[in-house]
Unconditional design. Structure first.
Lengths: 494, 506, 478
């Protein structure tokens, strides 16, 4: 039997969460070390999955299937394709860096890391699951620790409101999608007489186009809420702002991808006819995300809100890529998920470091941070360049194909969406300049302590990935193209 | 050695990046080490590009020293670089000016490490544009070059740098939007970004309607998208307003490269992309282009004359000089394929090279005086010739080069442009001549205000006493002066290469 | 006549245990009585559970004891649930001095359990009514057991009054049914009622009143919050779980046996009741400031979710309802166990009194997290699977409106469950010196909580064997 690598990846954080909970609460350092060890282990394994994915064979790999509830056709079925393998890697990276920069958490670190790992386990689970039930199972596991993480360790002013808003939105979305999933399940049963939640089988179910037209929107939108799609994007900036640093990283870096990914995997791949019928609407909504998000980000003064709304805008690009249903658009969406994940993780990590020292995130109150925190300044700037879609960085190699896909679908939209590029460039440059350069306000002089070596490792990892992927898109793009072919096959070669 | 000869272009292109990475790990207090490493590192591409020049076969068509590696298979873009006579000239110019600019910035004391790293990265960005034979790679380097420049202006510029750097960035990025979209359209349509393939296929592409519009309309829109992107970079009137701001605020060496190389990127775009991809549209709108060019020449000159800031004056002179390049392009577009066209193009390319030399020199000299006097206000200077005689001599020489004095290289190129344009667009050619006259006016004004006239006693003694130009600074300007003179007297060695390239390309 | 005594093996064992307790009670010294009685009851119940499980499995579904009870998997499954709940309740009672010092409390608990077991098994109107009364009367007493406590007395009294009245209405309904059909056997009745008339429908409604009281569904839920608040907390837990589950057992068996054909009136009636129950339960729970009242309203709401499975009236529907009850028993018992433990130290059931609980006792807070998230329907806990199954059953039979109502309600539920967790995890005690006020968890509580939390997680992760059991149980009704 083959080494069950995906299961090990999924259960490493879950088991670690349990083990950490059994440790004594006073032994904070041991808790942290255990967390770091587990995160490194999961990271190594996810790198291994990424590297050893056989690009000549394509399709789903590292498959494992165990019966879970045979009577209802529920099985524990995992595997990755070209689309999900990069996201598994992304999760591993964000988890690793998240642990590094959360080293300093002093209030109940045991619970913090346990919840964080529960979240990570859920995220891994969704990315690898090939069973619809299992997907929902892990989806919810990924969502609810957010509430506690935000409410307990979040920003005092808004955490209660934001955490509840986030949870309710996401829960609403997921149950909406759940009803659609159940409908698929039963219709498939009526058609074939087989009870199964297995997505590989449901792909072949051949749902009638009327059925698909009805159920595509609830399923897609249900998940897309977590992807921050307009007009259900409101929870996301609030959530980002309120969350503690590592959670923001997870939230924007990975969790929003969870929504987009599940919307693609369940919505588009299982209901391709419906996707074709409704693509125009998703397209329009995503366009609004892109442009509106960028404009709102420009007028924010809280640095975290700037990034929060930029996430809305960037995730709009992911949705836009998916909505084009073209090879380029989908490939770009896949790359954008990875690139944006790394980028926002970096942004939130940097903002967290600044906030911990300056105790403010208001852009007008900050300034001259480059002198005290040069490393953060460089990292944040590079993140900004990625966000602007500057060529040479990962944002460009992701956004470019998306725009190509848009060209294929509706060229006028490409022209409109490109406005966001300029707006994004403007707000990012202004934010970078005001926060890091210029004069440092006197009250900060001498109060800004340097960041730790662990922080540097985290930032460096993220920067390296963004520049690496930007310079060598072939590291990841071919793999994603393989996953895209899988999607296109279901769409009937569209 | 074998590796270098098979990977000559990539070696030139990426050596500065490697050097920048190395400098990253130097301790930031070691100023001398950093400076010298940067200088030597920037000399390596120069030496390599001399090698490239040596083995370049001017009479062979197409791109040479080609290298191609898979880069982004998913969208059919490859890392494809190569040079022809046109790009070779520009590569030479870049690798020549960068070490000089670095040498010129030995006086920088603030965050030297970051400064040098940015400079080296900037060099790679510029070289990449000139070498790219893949449209996407072209665009990548086109934009990447902006970043180091933005930070150079923003971090080491003078008082109004925030405004200027943002304006520079947003203008250029905004200008590139249309380019980006047009590139995407090409890529989506042909599933390739390879320039050689696109030259053929886009010109042969003639369906009745495309994207729901007549193909002519689409091509015209795409043509203007390209033109605007490059026109902003050149910059052509009326898109030139970012330039004086950026120049005024940029540090000296930044201005040298900005005027010397970055502006050429736009002109290079016209020659490399606009003319080959849109010959019909270019011919159709040649009159408009020529109009813009002449406006740039005249308003550039008038603008320069109106300045009291020495650096702004030189900046406007760039607008004026680059107008000739565009005029050459426009004239060539109108009568493509004729001998006149080749002459105009020769003039344009040669003008690009010459302006690279003279503008870099002028900005450097402005920097030299500013470093000493801490003012660039022409009214506050005056009568400095006796105090700084060597500097005065050099300034005089460089100004004359800029002015296009016969015997200097500028004369040759401007003459060629006007000669090429004369037959097809006599009115514009005549107006351009008028502009040339005004060039003389503002250059002479500058010289008069700086070197002659009543001496401002302030600079003659005491703590403000100006020192003459230093040996290091002479080292910077000397190669520029020498080349200007050589090219003025014996332009054939360069023009030959350019000429062959132009006649083969168009 | 089938005299298979295995059909009532658990009940006999329970009776034996009750007698044993009464015999041994005088032998215990007064200072150790509480502990000994508790362990005896809990241990005995566990033993009963084991023996019944090993020996008492039904071989085939058949009527037994002259048609009074049915010896089938349905009854068996529910009996196991009840005995388990009783065992846990016995553990929880041990530290409640006023309860646990008296052997009668345990005996009443056992008597009620016997009644519930019979409720799940009875196949005859007469037996059914007797079983219901056997369950109710000990519970009236237990609810009012703390005679020194006004609230407890009030709870007992209220419960008695409501119970007596609905019981009378139920009896009236039974007699009408008997009048229409001439039989008291449920299966035989089905044939006569194949074409429902207005009268039979009326009788049905009367019967529903009685069942509604036991399951505390709207509009027969008024007693629940007051009684839960007043009754001793372990008893409230027992009332809200086992007793409610017994009501569901009766509801399922009665309706599916008497009206086997689907699409009949009672489904629509129950669908409306289900929506009302969920919505009112959840909305009122939102406003509660007392944790026991909050749990009371939440338990009303949960009855509504479970009703979706009943309404679906399919094998999956029934199985899902049974599964829901199982998950609910585990989860809600855990919730009440925590309230018992915490309430003893805190001395208040006010939600604000739970401020800083996670700092005072991290593990108790964790157990609370598990219980409340399971109630909210989050994986990997039993509540998630249960809700999913119920919804799946609803979607299968096309009850989309009902399922959507259920979904909206579960979102409301998420709100107040999470709000409670916020008190536990986020807020600080007054003075912020939680370390000085730890909450000790005695051994019986620790055992009960560990078992329950493990059960909740087990049910949410390795659900296959449990689901198979519920399907087996459900299948025996069709």
């Amino acid at each position: 039997m083959q080494f069950p690598i995906l299961s090990v990846i999924v259960f490493t954080p879950l088991v670690t969460a349990l083990l950490i909970l059994l440790m004594k609460p006073e032994r904070k350092t041991e808790v942290r070390v255990a967390a770091l060890a587990a995160a490194s282990f999961a990271l190594l394994l996810s790198i291994w999955v990424f590297i050893s994915y056989d690009k000549t064979a394509a399709g789903y790999q590292f498959l494992e299937q165990y019966s879970w509830l045979p009577a209802l056709g529920i099985s524990y079925h995992v595997g990755v394709d070209g689309m999900s393998a990069p996201l598994v890697l992304l999760t591993g990276i964000v988890m690793f860096t998240g642990v590094l920069i959360s080293w300093g958490i002093d209030d109940r670190p045991r619970e913090f890391f346990a919840f964080l790992f529960l979240l990570a386990g859920g995220v891994f689970g969704v990315f690898v699951s090939l069973d619809l039930f299992m997907l929902f199972f892990f989806y919810e596991i990924a969502v609810f620790p957010m509430y506690l993480l935000i409410v307990i360790w979040g920003w005092v002013k808004t955490r209660e409101y934001a955490a509840m808003k986030l949870t309710i939105y996401l829960f609403l979305g997921s149950v909406m999608a759940l009803v659609g999933a159940l409908a698929m399940y039963w219709i498939n049963y009526q058609n074939t007489g087989v009870l199964t939640f297995d997505m590989l089988q449901l792909e072949k179910a051949g749902f009638s186009s009327q059925f698909q037209a009805i159920w595509f929107m609830p399923v897609f939108m249900g998940f897309a809420i977590l992807g921050g799609i307009f007009p259900f994007h409101n929870w996301s900036p609030d959530g980002h702002v309120a969350a503690p640093t590592a959670v923001s990283m997870f939230h924007a870096g990975v969790l929003m991808k969870l929504g987009a990914f599940a919307a693609l995997r369940v919505g588009v791949m299982l209901l391709p006819e419906g996707a074709k019928q409704w693509a125009w609407l998703i397209f329009i909504l995503a366009m609004i995300n892109v442009v509106y998000g960028a404009f709102i980000a420009m007028i924010q003064t809280d640095l975290k809100y700037v990034i929060g709304f930029s996430s809305v805008s960037h995730m709009g690009l992911v949705m836009l890529g998916i909505a084009t249903l073209t090879p380029e658009g989908l490939t770009g969406a896949g790359l954008q998920m990875f690139s944006h994940g790394i980028m926002t993780a970096l942004f939130f990590a940097s903002v967290g470091m600044i906030y911990d020292r300056a105790h403010t995130r208001m852009i007008p109150e900050l300034g001259g941070m480059v002198k005290a925190l040069p490393f953060v300044a460089i990292a944040f700037t590079i993140g900004g360049l990625v966000g602007m879609g500057m060529p040479g960085f990962s944002g460009f190699v992701a956004e470019f194909p998306i725009f190509m896909g848009v060209w294929k679908t509706q060229w006028l939209a490409a022209v409109i969406a490109s406005i966001s590029i300029i707006v994004t460039a403007a707000y990012i440059l202004i934010a970078v300049r005001k926060v890091f350069f210029g004069e440092m306000p006197e009250k900060f002089e001498g109060h800004i302590t340097p960041i730790t070596a662990l922080d540097k490792v985290a930032l460096f990892t993220l920067v390296l990935l963004m520049t690496g992927l930007g310079a060598f898109p072939n590291l990841m793009a071919p793999m994603i193209s393989l996953g895209v072919q899988n999607v296109l096959r279901l769409l009937g070669g569209a | 050695m074998d590796f270098i000869s098979t990977h000559l272009l990539t070696s030139i292109l990426f050596f500065p990046v490697l050097a920048a990475l190395a400098i990253l790990f130097f301790p930031k207090e070691q100023l001398r080490l950093i400076r010298w490493t940067a200088l030597i590192a920037s000399l390596v591409p120069f030496v390599l590009s001399l090698m490239l020049w040596g083995r370049f076969d001017a009479s062979a068509a197409g791109f040479q020293s080609v290298e191609q590696y898979p880069w982004y298979d998913a969208i059919h873009s490859s890392f494809h670089v190569g040079v022809d006579g046109l790009s070779l000239t520009m590569v030479m110019l870049t690798t020549l000016l960068t070490p000089l600019a670095i040498l010129a910035s030995f006086g920088v004391t603030d965050r030297v490490k970051a400064y040098m790293i940015l400079f080296l990265l900037l060099e790679t960005g510029m070289l990449g544009v000139f070498m790219a034979v893949d449209l996407l790679i072209f665009f990548v380097f086109w934009e990447v070059g902006l970043v180091p420049m933005y930070f150079l202006i923003n971090q080491w510029g003078s008082a109004n740098r925030n405004y200027a750097s943002l304006k520079f960035m947003i203008y250029t990025m905004g200008g590139s939007l249309g380019l980006l979209l047009a590139i995407q359209m090409l890529g989506v349509t042909f599933q390739t970004y390879d320039l050689v393939a696109l030259y053929e296929r886009w010109n042969a592409f003639n369906p009745a309607t495309f994207l729901g519009m007549p193909i002519e309309t689409v091509k015209t829109i795409a043509f203007w998208a390209f033109v605007i992107a490059f026109a902003i970079k050149v910059p052509v009137w009326p898109f030139h307003t970012w330039l004086p701001d950026a120049h005024t605020e940029a540090p000296t060496a930044g201005s040298m490269l900005l005027a010397g190389v970055l502006l050429k990127l736009g002109a290079y775009g016209f020659l490399r992309l606009v003319l080959p991809l849109y010959p019909a549209q270019a011919a159709q709108y040649a009159g408009w282009l020529a109009f813009l060019a002449v406006m740039a020449i005249i308003f550039g000159a008038l603008g320069a004359y109106g300045q009291n800031d020495f650096k702004r004056l030189v900046a406007y002179s760039s607008v004026n000089h680059m107008g000739f390049v565009l005029l050459g392009v426009a004239a060539a577009a109108k009568v493509a394929g004729t001998a006149d066209a080749t002459i105009a193009l020769n003039g344009a390319v040669f003008q690009m090279f010459n302006h690279g030399l003279s503008a870099a020199g002028m900005f450097f000299l402005v920097g030299v005086i500013y470093e000493r006097a801490h003012t660039r206000d022409l009214d506050k200077l005056g009568g400095l010739f006796p105090i700084v005689p060597v500097y005065g001599g050099i300034l005089l020489f460089t100004s004359m080069a800029s002015l296009g004095l016969p015997g200097m290289s500028g004369f040759v190129s401007e003459f060629l442009v006007v000669r090429g344009a004369w037959a097809s667009m006599p009115v514009f050619a005549a107006l351009a001549m008028l502009g040339l006259l005004m060039t003389g006016a503002y250059i002479l004004k500058a010289i008069k205000k700086v070197l002659h006239g009543p001496l401002n006693e302030h600079w003659a003694q005491g703590e403000h006493k100006l020192t003459d130009i230093s040996a290091r600074e002479v080292m910077v300007i000397a190669p520029l002066m020498a080349l200007t003179l050589i090219l003025g007297i014996w332009p054939a060695w360069l023009l030959d290469v350019v000429n062959k390239a132009m006649s083969m390309l168009f | 006549m089938n005299l298979n005594l295995f059909a009532i093996l658990p009940e006999m064992l329970l009776a034996l245990l009750a007698v044993l307790i009464l015999i041994l009670d005088p032998l215990f010294k007064s200072d150790s009585r509480r502990v000994n009685l508790g362990w005896l009851a809990a241990g005995g119940l566990t033993l009963v559970l084991l023996i019944s499980f090993l020996v008492g499995k039904p071989a085939e579904n058949a009527l037994a004891l002259g048609g009074m009870v049915r010896f089938d998997w349905f009854a068996f499954a529910f009996k196991m649930f009840f005995i388990f709940a009783a065992a846990i309740t016995a553990l929880l009672m041990m530290d409640a001095e006023a309860l646990a010092n008296r052997a009668e409390a345990y005996v009443l608990l056992l008597a009620a359990t016997i009644g519930m077991n019979l409720m799940a098994a009875s196949a005859d109107l007469v037996m059914l009514y007797l079983a219901i009364e056997t369950t109710s009367i000990p519970l009236y007493v237990l609810a009012g057991f703390l005679t020194n406590d006004d609230k407890s007395t009030e709870a007992g009294f209220k419960y008695l009054l409501f119970g007596a009245m609905t019981s009378a209405i139920l009896l009236y309904g039974f007699s009408l049914l008997f009048g229409f059909t001439g039989t008291t056997n449920l299966a035989a009745m089905a044939a006569s009622l194949a074409t429902p008339t207005l009268f039979s429908l009326g009788a049905l409604l009367l019967v529903l009143v009685g069942f509604g009281f036991k399951t505390s569904i709207v509009p027969f839920h008024f007693w629940a919050p007051d009684v839960y608040e007043g009754a001793p907390t372990p008893i409230a837990g027992f009332l809200s779980t086992a007793s409610k589950a017994a009501g569901f057992a009766v509801l399922l068996r009665f309706f599916l046996t008497v009206f086997p054909q689907t699409g009949s009136q009672w489904q629509y009636t129950l669908a409306v009741i289900s929506i009302l129950t969920m919505t009112i339960g959840n909305l009122v729970a939102l406003a509660q400031k007392n944790i026991k009242r909050m749990l009371a309203y939440s338990s009303i709401a949960h009855a509504g979710y479970a009703l979706i499975g009943v309404v679906a009236a399919s094998t999956l529907g029934t199985a899902s309802a049974i599964f829901y009850m199982l998950a609910y028993i585990l989860t809600n018992l855990a919730a009440f166990a925590i309230v018992t433990v915490a309430g003893r130290v805190i001395g208040s059931d006010d939600l604000r009194a739970y401020d800083g609980l996670s700092r005072r006792s991290p593990y108790l807070a964790l157990a609370m997290l598990v219980a409340f998230l399971s109630l909210a329907g989050m994986p990997p806990f039993g509540g998630f699977v249960a809700k999913l199954l119920v919804f799946a059953a609803g979607v299968e039979k096309g009850w989309f409106g009902l399922v959507i109502a259920g979904i909206i309600n579960s979102i409301i539920g998420v709100y107040y469950y999470l709000t409670t967790l916020k008190y536990v995890y986020l807020y600080r005690m007054e003075g912020e010196n939680e370390e000085a006020h730890p909450i000790p968890v005695s051994r019986p509580y620790a055992i009960a909580l560990t078992v329950l939390v493990a059960g909740v997680i087990l049910l949410g992760t390795f659900f296959a064997p449990w689901y198979d059991l519920t399907v087996k149980a459900a299948a025996s009704l069709f």
